[in-house]
Design a protein around this ligand. Sequence first.
Ligand SMILES: [Zn+2]
Ligand SMILES: [Zn+2]
Length: 348
Amino acid sequence: MRATVFHAPGDVRIETVPDPRIEAPTDAVVRVTYACICGSDLWFYRGINANWERGWRTGHEFMGVVEAVGAEVTTVKAGDVVLAPFSFSCGACEFCRKGVHTSCVNGGYWGGDEHDGGQGEAVRVPRADGTLVVVPESVSNDTALLRAAVPLTDVMSTGHHAAVSAGVRRGGTVAVVGDGAVGLCGVLAAARLGAERIFALGHHDDRLQIAKAFGATDLVTARGDEAIAAVLDATDGGAEAVLECVGAQSSMDLAIGIARPGGIVGYVGVPAQVEAVDVRRMFSNNIALHGGVAPARAYIPELLADVAAGRLDPSPVLDMTVGLDGVPEGYAAMDGRTATKVLVSLTS
Ligand SMILES: [Zn+2]
Ligand SMILES: [Zn+2]
C-alpha cells in the first residue's frame, strides 16, 4: 500500500510500504477513506520535536472501512464504517474504564516506527474492540455528515475535552485561547454545552470568523497584557472557564491571566513550548489547571450522536482537501498557515 513517510523536517513523502495484516486476534485492518493533517503534526514537520527519524509513518486522525478482523474482535466486522481516535486503547483496563483511554496500559499512538499512520491507504488497528467506533449508516451515507464526523478523531474531541475540563456550564462565560482547529472546536464545544458568552482570542481574521459562526460572542485580537486587560475589563474580572488550545508559553500565560478567581483553565494544547506556569497567580486566586491529552475515545460516541442528529458540525475547520498524493502539499500549506486544517480524501 501507499502511505506518508517522514524523511526530514519539511520533507514527508508518499511511498510504498508493507500492507497491514491481522497480527493479533484483537486486531482489525481498516481501509482509510478520510484522514487529516493535524497542527500537532507540525511539531515534527518543523523539527521542533527532534526525536522523529527518517522512515517513520505519519498521521493519527483517520476513519475508514473495516476490511478484516481478528478472531477475538466482537464489536466491529468487515464492511463497517468506523472512526478511530488518535490513540488506540483496550477499553478494559483501569484507565480505560475511568475514561482516561490515552493512559491505557495496552494502548499507544498511530504512526512512528511501530504502527501504521493514518495518512495512508490502510491501518492495522490493535485492540480494535476498545478503539474503533462504528459510524451509523445515516452518517456514512451522507458526505456532509462524514466530513462533520472526521474532526471527532482528534480536534473536536480535544476542544470538547478543554471545555469539559474547564467546567463550562450553561449560561457561563468562557474564553478560548487559540484560533487553530482545536481552539475553534473549543468554541463550538463551549456553545454546545450552553455557554452564554464566549471570547475567542486569536490573530487570524478568517479563523475568528469561523469562531463567530461556531458561537463566539466576542473576538479579541490583542496580544499579551493588552489581551489580558481586554478580557478582564469586559468580564469584570475574568472568565470562569478558560480553554488553553495552543500549548505555547504565551498562550498558557494568557489563559491563566484571564481566568476569574475560582475559575478553571482547561488545557489541551500540546505543551511543546511551555516552560513554567504562574503558580503564584493560581494560588492567590484559586485558579485551577485541569486537562491534558484528550481521551477522544471517551467522547466520540456522544459527539457522533450529535453529528448524526445534525446538531454538531465542526467541518468548517477543514478548509483544504487533498488526495493522498497531495499530503506533502497539505503539510506545506499548514506550515505556511494558508490552511487551518487539511482533509485527506482517499475516496474516489
Ligand atoms: Zn491531531
Ligand atoms: Zn485500556
